[in-house]
Design a protein around this ligand. Sequence first.
Ligand code: C2O
Ligand code: CU
Length: 487
Amino acid sequence: LLRLAGGAALTVWVAGCQSEQPPKIADRASRALAIPPLAESRMDAQGRRVFDLTARAGRREFLPGHTTGTWGLNGDYLGPTLRAARGEQVAVNVRNELDEMTTMHWHGMHLPAAADGGPHQPVEPGQTWSPSWRIDQSATTLWYHPHPHGATERHVYRGLAGMFIIDDDLEEAIDLPREYGVDDIPVIVQDKTFDENGQFHEGSNGPTGRLGDTILVNGTVAPFLPVTTKRLRLRLLNASTARIYSFGFADDRRFALIGTDGGLLAAPYQTSRIQLSPAERAELVVSVQPGERVVLRSFPPELGVIPIMARYAGGADSFDVLELRAAASLTGTRTMPDKLVDVLRTAEADATTTRSFRLSGRQINGRPMDMNRIDEVVTSDTTELWEVVNEHQQPHSFHVHGVRFQVTSIGGTTPPPQLAGWKDTVYLPPKVPIRLIMRFGDFTDPTRPYMYHCHLMLHEDHGMMGQFIVTTPGRADPGRQPGPSPL
Ligand code: C2O
Ligand code: CU
């Protein structure tokens, strides 16, 4: 049992001890961290901000002397950072120059189901898919990745992913580091295994999915980041297919957690660890001294004490992620605002519908994903409470498309501060029921579903996923009956 801040006591199972081979600890950081470029955009005649993303195969030298075959968006590996402000209408031309079908999902985005980019919006080779929507959500760090049913893990693993930053006036009014690539840094963390020819090893998935022995940040192995300011904002994205990280600094210095998946926290939360399962994000601000080197590491998850695989009980799950190299003189300030934004807590009593989701095997509520079955029918403009439980002794997580949610309880206790903000993906410790409250907006579409699923990508591919539609009031909820499919 661990005692958490806020007095909540939790028994949580270790998720990080999932590796067949713990990642290599790089001898020393040896390459400057690549910063994904900000995507270019243009305003079209209708006043929309238009981006172009082209998925294609490429090659990249990750390891000295080896050229690795990759996939990327507008480049060889990963994609540019898209950035748009609340209120803007955006359009993205997603062109597929691969030789197989893919899709592009805007993870965490509040948008109509037709633009969501899930498994029902395939982009065939040679085709371009051009969704458009209005950005209507708080400033935060989102991301995009393919979602073809059964192949998401492979497509993301090969390199199709990128960050999508949302700006708004409230965030802009706060004194925070915000110069992209200078004191506001995307940190996209992934793990890979390279085979003897220096290619991505795609074989032998364990029960949690593909776990690599080499850590990449923004596609850079053993990276360092030159730091020129006293305060540094890191936008952490776990874009790994299965690995769960508990990020902190090698010297255990504290940092300010300022945001989670769906937006800024009410106030900076001073802590020394933040755990992220695949697809989760966190924004933090760390302060550095002139000339010092500070190493971002991953530690065994702090919320867990019981190893799933006993052979990893030895702490092999600590490894370096990114070295920060501070210049001899630093600019700016170290002060932190004591308030960020208003985060109104929704009470469980405000929910008009409660649903429950049991994750076990590779199924949710005893059923594997079926593209032709609608599992849940939700009414627009309603608040719902979803109780989710992982009935396995394996790590799972839960992600809901199209909305953000708040965690109202974890095993009957109040969530710790790092889970008290807006989320769209949450780690599910085995056997601990987690309650999520969410308000569904006004995008209705009786023919196109959104997804909910485990975000360990192998599990998602294997069917640990379900579909819901959002409709106008009055439409009957088929509940658990897989009634006539509108698809
Ligand atoms: Cu990150 Cu269903 O997706
Ligand atoms: Cu899972």
